[in-house]
Design a protein around this ligand. Structure first.
Ligand code: AHG
Ligand code: MN
Ligand code: MN
Length: 337
């Protein structure tokens, strides 16, 4: 028996009557993201058969090697929204140096939202056939076009109107929030629909697992090192040592913790204090989801949602997960332990 018969489309229609923040336009945007996620998911399953794996030879604005599928996923999102005649006004993407303004149909009023995307997160996993995801964040923007679009797009995470991700694992899963709880949908390939598989998700206040690229240990500030040492120490009363799991895909690791609790960290390094992950399309959207589920997202000294970005591709240190685990990390980083 299926766990539910509520499709994403039906759910969004129902929620529009219950939650003022979920407007018709926002529902449309989430619907188009879901459609793009289905197409990306399908292309991922057959990429190796069509020579679509591997590098393009290009480097993106982040200075990172671009995979062919990074570029393809970005192209699919842009095509979808360009085909929708300006339902979003602008797209900011990890794979595009500058925000892309999306034109509307002639005479139509401009879209009132901007979409921030990590089209494929964890793309270094692709060649090994491991999990990847797409992350999205949606902000409301002014209806009229400003000459300096980028400045207009610099919004705090706490002002997001919706955020979510699609995870391409053994199942394709879509998770979203628009500030009224976190909902999860699983793709039923037989009917081609995302079907509701979790409502108002809440995560445990503390977990048993942590996730970090520990090869960077020697480069971390002392407080971060001490926190990780603490997680690895033996103490039956607090369930330590925690188990270590690191997939190389932020969204997969965070999804694990949304489900079962725990803490993910990608801290800054002494010589690179800004860290690696991007604020507007990695840290902020995942922070919105995790905090809606009762968790926390922090730099170690500041809530992710409180930070006013200075650039659309800004990087930020990230500690995200169960409330008590992130709180404990903050104690070590702020030298209160
Ligand atoms: P992306 O593939 O979008 O560039 O993101 C990769 C991110 C994240 O998914 C992952 O947790 C982290 O970078 C992995 O970085 P390291 O290889 O440095 O551990
Ligand atoms: Mn990423
Ligand atoms: Mn990416």
């Amino acid at each position: 028996m299926p766990v539910s018969s509520t499709t994403l489309a039906n759910h969004l229609l129902q929620q529009q009557t219950l939650h003022r923040g979920l407007t018709h336009e926002l529902s449309q945007i989430i619907g188009h993201i879901a459609l793009t996620g289905k197409v990306i998911g399908r292309e991922l399953t057959e990429a190796a058969l069509h020579g679509a794996l591997g590098l393009t030879g290009e480097t993106n604005v982040q200075g990172e090697a671009v995979q062919k599928l990074d570029e393809r996923a970005n192209e699919l999102f842009v095509q979808t929204f360009e085909g929708q005649g300006g339902v979003v006004r602008a797209i900011v993407s990890e794979e595009m140096d500058k925000p892309c303004e999306v034109g509307g149909h002639a005479g139509a009023r401009p879209g009132e939202h901007a979409l921030f995307l990590d089209p494929l997160d964890g793309s270094s996993n692709l060649d090994a056939n491991m999990t990847v995801g797409s992350i999205f964040s949606i902000h409301r923007v002014q209806g009229h076009v400003q000459p300096d679009v980028e400045t207009e797009l610099l919004k705090r995470g706490r002002d997001q109107v919706a955020a979510g991700y699609v995870l391409y694992g053994p199942a394709t899963v879509l998770v979203y929030t628009c500030g009224a709880g976190v909902y999860q949908f699983t793709l039923d390939r037989g009917i081609g629909e995302f079907v509701l598989s979790g409502s108002r998700l809440k995560m445990p206040a503390r977990g048993k697992v942590y996730s970090a690229n520990e090869s960077n240990y020697a480069k971390w500030p002392r407080g971060v090192q001490r926190f990780v040492d603490y997680l690895r120490d033996k103490d039956a009363a607090t369930g330590r040592p925690y188990a270590s799991r690191y997939s190389g895909c932020l969204v997969a690791d965070v999804h694990r913790f949304l489900t079962g609790g725990g803490v993910y960290l990608y801290p800054g390094e002494i010589s690179k204090p800004e860290g690696k992950l991007r604020l507007m399309y990695e840290a902020a959207p995942l922070g919105f989801i995790i905090e809606q589920a009762g968790g926390l997202a922090s730099t170690g000294t500041e809530r992710i949602g409180d930070i006013l970005p200075t650039a659309v591709h800004q990087r930020i240190p990230l500690i995200i997960g169960s409330h008590e685990d992130v709180g404990k990390a903050e104690e070590f980083i702020q030298d209160r332990q």
